[in-house]
Design a protein around this ligand. Sequence first.
Ligand code: MG
Length: 216
Amino acid sequence: MGALKVKVVARILQANDRIAEENRRRFKEAGVFVINLMGAPGSGKTSLLEKTITALNGRLRLGVIEGDIAGTSDAERIGRLGTPVVQINTGGACHLDANMISEALPDLPLDKLDMVFIENVGNLVCPAEFNVGEDMKAMVLSIAEGHDKPLKYPLMFRESSVLVINKTDLAPYTDTDMAKLKADAASLNPALRVFEVSCRTGEGLDGWAGWLAGLR
Ligand code: MG
């Protein structure tokens, strides 16, 4: 029974990776750089995207794929900024997979975009396990989530190239040990690039946006 289950899981991941490669080919053909943005519910993924869109206005043409279990509120927030956006509802699944992204692609004007953000379902576990054809995984962690998260959810920190620590304005109201948080994240992934930002005050967003602009 155990062996069968392992086999089935391996097959699902293999099938996913095949579709992810196809997505990657389509992104490359269109000249689009794709970032898979992960993080817990409430970490500020959509807020970061809103601020990023505003900061990069005129520098990069952005598109967004929104992944949520239910609802369209995030896509509506992005759409209000005039940015092409597609909402995926997973109907219960705790992550986006490559097939969901494949089905969303016809609704994005890829040839007119420089960069696409895929906002994954709010979750620190499963999104890190599935490639969707992205060039890079990035994660958002709010300072209010605490410094214990890297060692409790190591895969996401290992898979991510970038960690955006959000809500730095809340630092005086939390007991989060930033030095420990960053040291533990670095121990899991020495190459992890860290940005400290506050989407509320705007602190640190210039550095993040400037770095993104340099990726293209
Ligand atoms: Mg969101």
